[in-house]
Design a binder for this molecule. Sequence first.
Ligand SMILES: [Zn+2]
Length: 241
Amino acid sequence: MSYPIAPGGLAAVLAHPDDESFACAGSLAVAHAAGATTRLLVATRGEAGTPDGMPDQSFGDTREAELICAARTIGLDEVSLLDGYADGGIADQPFDVLVEEIAAWLAERRPSAVITFGPHGVTGHPDHIVIGSATRWAVERLAESGIAPNAVYVISPIFDPGANLYDLSPEEQAATHRIEITGFADRKLAALECHASQTDTAEQIAALRAAIDSGDPIFEGYQRVRPIVPAPHPVFDTALL
Ligand SMILES: [Zn+2]
């Protein structure tokens, strides 16, 4: 399969529609504006994001449309969905098949850097943890063929850059890279608003709107896990590519 857009750039591999918006929309928008190819692979259609949590395939159509809305808002060059993974049930499928599918997707596109979830999955959602783990295994598989991306990052949100480091969660403490997204925060906000079926985004939208109104710089945080950055890492790096 060939693609009309350039290889390289920045790719995110995530679990659900809306993960991209809360997790890394700002950094993807920054990369796109700088001319990098930006791509997203999502494992599920989010069909269990209904108010009662009961899977509904037509609701999955709604969430897929919301994902496309967010992708256009962020400025993604390509969005792919895996087939056959249930929202809330990624771990029910054979792990080695998932690794193989992610590796094949990456091998065809050869991104320079990959973003995925870390071992805490930001929210602890099992789908986040499994997709992050599978993505890292997929990269090791590519490394055996000499085509691993240059860098792998896991999402390490920094909710309050001014907070005492000891008050931060393990994922926040682990951040090695802090990407300033102030100029793209309005796009991240609009991307979150695309996911109108998800009422739990309201809190994130309110927090981001308050951050924008404050006039302070806004960041997304990441930990580079490949090649690993030795800890402690007192000064944040400021670019993913
Ligand atoms: Zn999710």
